[in-house]
Write a protein that binds this ligand. Structure first.
Ligand SMILES: *Cc1c(COP(=O)(O)O)cnc(C)c1O
Length: 494
């Protein structure tokens, strides 16, 4: 039977998986969610003997049930190939009492590659299945990592164009260099004078602009989204939690059925939501530990039941988590509201008009699986330095936020369950912050000198993604104001 997707804001909008992938966002700004979360139909033992690609198929077939086996297997094979620098795709490293699940072995060395290497293939397959002849225009706002991963995924893919907006002063030097050197005639990268939330709001507005959609359709284009609100990104992210669990099982680190904790450094709430889906599919996860940086809107939410974005936006050294509107949280709110679209829509309306909303005590009770905390900037640096000094293992700033929260969690609870920390970026991507944390004297060095120094002290080769941009030509120099975004899009498509 086919699994359907329904809008979190309108119970009457029901679509197939491929339609949900094509649309990205539901009408009226809702997000698509499966009408029920499917259960794993293969045993954990059997999964523990499978490759990453095989596990991916077992998960994707449950969620994308209008795709044929052949379609899915082709998409998977094209995504998880030698773009990744290890056959394991997502290897795990044990260091100082936790398992670091390294999700950064893809072409842009951040975890966004895990989903964005497959999304373009899912999208063109979806277009074909639905007889779409328009060219697909991917519009994306990025806090740094999505942009490059989406560009890498869509560059040169026939029948698509991709436009990426990033906050001009809100991404790391390496992130920026990665994006502005992107090749491919179907790509456009634009800095905006504003922060990530403004970029994201600007993109959402264009998606909701019916006049613009009509104008584009007449010119043979239609928008879609590569942001983490697309179900085609969420579903592939479930895979690595199942994979991680079954690797622990295969290596006899846990027994079948034993529960583990998962710690996720969180921004838009997509990655941790995938862990929540994995748990609800029957994967033995106990706590979902949500780690924030100083933009701790989620920590406050889990503590008080009030989501309040009215606060100062802090630029931190974990920029991919500098987010005050965690878009994917809506999918969780919808669920704890008893899958009541109108109740959810009311809360989301309050978020737009007042910048905040409060959930009911009954809804809050349903959040018992989650633990939230945050790590300050100073603590994040300390975590990186301590782990390095103790074990020689170097983690990036985002992963360090998670590691810091895990320490807090253990202090608060005394829980000693096996724990997987999602390691979301290579330390090379944030070499300045990472090296600065380990040795302040490094801060005088240039970006690429820092990269070489990091390679030396961590005893890890400089990743190809970083080598490539050392001398690459800057191809994208455009900067615009937030309210000019629609015009920039029109001009590019002319
Ligand atoms: C995007 C990103 C995050 C946050 O993930 P969400 O799914 O938005 O919560 C964390 N770390 C890194 C390195 C990222 O790129």
């Amino acid at each position: 039977m086919e699994l359907q997707y329904v809008s979190t804001r309108d119970a009457s909008e029901v679509v197939s998986a491929s339609q949900a992938i094509l649309k990205g966002l539901a009408n009226g700004g809702g997000l698509f969610v499966p009408t029920s979360i499917p259960k794993l139909d293969v045993s954990l033992q059997d999964l523990s003997k499978m490759s990453y690609q095989e596990v991916a198929y077992e998960i994707l077939k449950l969620y994308l049930s209008d795709f044929t086996e052949e379609e899915l297997k082709t998409c998977i094979a094209r995504a998880y190939d030698d773009k990744f620098d290890t056959e394991e795709i997502a290897p795990m490293v044990y260091a100082d009492g936790a398992y670091y699940l390294e999700l950064f072995h893809g072409s842009t060395i951040a975890f966004k590659d895990m989903a964005l290497s497959i999304l373009p293939h899912l999208m063109i397959t979806s277009a074909r299945k639905n007889n779409v002849t328009n060219e697909i225009v991917i519009l994306t706002a990025t806090s740094g990592d999505t942009g490059k991963a989406a560009l890498a995924g869509f560059a040169g893919v026939e029948g698509t164009k991709i436009i990426v907006f990033y906050p001009k002063d809100g991404v790391s030097p390496i992130q920026k260099q990665q994006m502005v050197t992107q090749v491919g005639d179907n790509t456009l990268v634009v800095g905006i004078n504003g922060n990530f939330d403004q970029a994201q709001t600007g993109v959402k507005k264009m998606f909701a602009d019916e006049a613009m959609a009509k104008e584009l359709a007449e010119a043979g284009y239609q928008f879609s989204s590569a942001n983490s609100i697309n179900i085609g990104r969420l579903v592939p992210q479930i895979v690595y939690y199942v994979y991680a669990y079954t690797r622990l099982l295969a290596n006899e680190r846990i027994e079948e059925g034993e529960k583990i904790n998962v710690v996720v450094p969180t921004g838009n709430f997509g990655n941790i939501l995938a862990a929540f889906y994995a748990k609800n599919m029957g994967l033995p996860i106990d706590k979902l530990i949500c780690a924030s940086n100083e933009n701790k809107v989620l920590y406050d939410f889990f503590k008080t039941g009030v989501y309040d974005k009215n606060r100062e936006f802090v630029l931190t050294n974990s920029p991919s988590m500098d987010i005050l509107i965690s878009s994917n949280l809506e999918r969780l709110i919808y669920r704890i509201a008893g899958e009541d679209a109108s109740k959810n829509a009311q809360l989301m309306k309050l978020l737009t008009t007042e910048g905040k909303y409060e959930i009911t005590p009954e809804m809050k009770e349903k959040l018992a699986d989650f633990y939230g905390n945050f790590t300050s900037e100073a603590e994040t640096a300390e975590v990186i330095r301590n782990l390095y000094e103790k074990t020689g293992y170097v983690i990036d700033t985002h992963t360090a936020v998670a590691s810091g929260v895990y320490e807090q969690y253990k202090k608060d609870t005394g829980d000693t369950k096996a724990t997987v920390i999602a390691s979301t970026a290579s330390p090379f991507k944030f070499a300045r912050s990472v090296m600065g944390a380990i040795d302040e004297a490094c801060l005088d060095m240039e970006d690429f000198a820092l990269v070489d120094k990091l390679s030396e002290i961590a005893n890890v080769e400089v990743p190809k993604a970083v080598e490539e941009i050392r001398s690459a030509e800057v191809r994208h120099k455009m900067v615009c104001e937030v309210d000019e975004m629609p015009q920039v899009v029109r001009d590019f498509l002319k």
